[in-house]
Write a protein of this length. Structure first.
Length: 449
């Protein structure tokens, strides 16, 4: 997970709420909602720490932009550490997980059937030790997992399982309609902002200090990131640049700061960061990686660490993004060609992971390509069988640039495209069928094999 440096400042009321949440004997769910960089992940670290101290077992997962189209990528993260309990479930629940994790064939379970199986599994795992599930960046959780956890999250009362979810307020989330109890995370007070700033950036020029406080408006990420940006420029120039963005929401202005640092990197390091970003590096869910594959490892990126874009994970020694916003900015500032090249490399890295490989292949190609169509159909079939909801034909990079994933391009010469392929996901495993329509010869032979 992206790094959390230093002790928490302020947040007395939130800490009190979280402390009561952990000590409460019953199971329950709590959503932390707030703007980018306001300190949700910091509070999740805090609640995880409290729960560990109170002998809870803590399992962490995170939504990842790059995986938000992979069915059950999030569910897999939570359940991976609990796999040993699955054998103790009854036959019906075991069969449900068998289908969902592609171990056996069968009809995809409904959200309710799966959520009940998940509740059963969680209760079993919590029978000896209280369990806390911590979900960061819930706005990027894949739809299938979000539905299951929305359903399960409303039914934890009476169990020893707690679920805490962080959501960015400015991004629509699949949890928005889940009717879960919420705690709004506001900006820090003026006094706490000053403490945070003075702790991390002591001795700032008073003029710059004032500009930082005014611009950050209590946002901790901005309080930490603005000083180097402003101090690195001639007095006044950084402030002018920032005030040139007045009216632009703070997260966008922070992206601008990261964007300027990214632009200064050498081409090879930028490409390395892009591959890491498109593979979701540093989102803290390596252990439960859907499909069990390994993550891309960023190498030779000291330059980016030096400019404050990357940190080094103290456990693995690998480079990780300093903040999720760096990851999104890397993707958004890349050109479509750069993104395609990165996806092509990642498709080779994930040879053994059909869904991930297909997703990257799809995003790596602009012209019709039989290999990609074949992979995509295999993937759609596998995903549809597991969830009744195969991956959407788009990726983060494509999404950001507005250019669709390859299956859409692959079949462009074959009109007309059914409108549903461009809209929200199909409620059933309909991608194979739709590809059949669009690319009859190739897709049919593969999709129905
Ligand atoms: N109360 C606090 N005291 C000290 N540092 C904090 C506090 N709140 C947040 N921070 C630091 O500010 C930075 C941004 O916080 P954090 O990553 O938790 O924000 P976030 O709300 O999770 O953002 P995002 O929506 O992008 O995930 C982090 O480096 C974090 O350690
Ligand atoms: Mg966060």
């Amino acid at each position: 997970m992206e790094s959390l440096g230093g002790a928490m400042i302020g947040r007395e009321s939130e800490r009190e709420t979280l402390s009561a949440f952990v000590s409460d004997s019953g199971g329950q769910t709590l959503v932390l909602r707030g703007e980018t960089g306001v300190g949700k992940s910091a509070l999740l670290h805090h609640v995880a720490h409290l729960a560990t101290r109170e002998d809870h077992r803590v399992i962490r997962a995170a939504g990842v932009e790059a995986e938000s189209d992979l069915p059950f990528a999030g569910l897999h993260q939570f359940l991976y550490p609990l796999l040993s309990h699955i054998d103790r479930l009854d036959d019906a629940h075991r069969a449900t997980f068998g289908v969902v994790f592609g171990r056996s064939e069968g009809k995809p379970p409904s959200v309710m059937t799966l959520a009940i199986a998940v509740l059963d599994l969680l209760s079993l795992a919590a029978s000896q030790t209280n369990l806390l599930l911590v979900l960061d960046d819930g706005q990027w959780l894949d739809a299938s997992s979000a539905e299951v956890f929305g359903f399960a999250g409303r039914r934890l009362t009476g169990s020893s399982v707690k679920l805490v979810i962080a959501l960015r307020s400015e991004i629509p989330s699949r949890f928005d309609t889940a009717a879960l109890p919420e705690l709004h995370v506001p900006p820090l007070s003026e006094q706490d902002s000053e403490r945070l700033l003075d702790t991390h950036h002591p001795g700032l020029d008073p003029q710059i200090r004032r500009v930082v406080l005014d611009e950050a408006q209590g946002n901790p990420l901005a309080l930490l990131e603005l000083p180097p940006f402003l101090s690195g420029r001639k007095t006044g120039r950084g402030a002018e640049e920032l005030s040139g963005h007045q009216g632009v929401p703070l997260p966008r202005r922070l992206q601008h700061l990261y964007g300027t640092r990214i632009k200064d990197l050498s081409d090879s390091v930028r490409a390395e960061l892009l591959r890491g970003a498109l593979d979701g590096v540093g989102a803290g869910r390596e252990a439960g990686r859907a499909g069990g594959g390994t993550l891309y490892r960023m190498m030779d990126a000291d330059e980016a660490a030096f400019s404050g874009l990357l940190d080094i994970d103290p456990l693995s020694g690998d480079f990780v993004f300093r903040h999720p916003l760096v990851r999104s900015t890397v993707v958004q500032t890349a050109t479509p060609n750069e993104r395609r090249a990165a996806h092509a490399t990642l498709a080779r890295v994930h040879q053994g992971d059909i869904e991930r490989r297909a997703t990257h292949l799809a995003a790596s190609t602009v012209d019709p390509d039989d290999e990609v169509a074949a992979e995509w159909c295999r993937c759609a079939r596998a995903g549809g069988e597991r969830s009744g909801r195969p991956p959407e034909p788009r990726t983060v990079g494509d999404h950001a640039s507005g250019c669709g994933g390859l299956p859409r391009r692959r079949v462009e010469p074959v009109p007309p495209l059914p409108p549903a392929r461009r809209g929200p996901r199909a409620p059933d495993g309909g991608h194979v069928e739709r590809l059949d329509h669009a690319a009859p010869d190739h897709a049919r032979s593969i999709g129905r094999r």
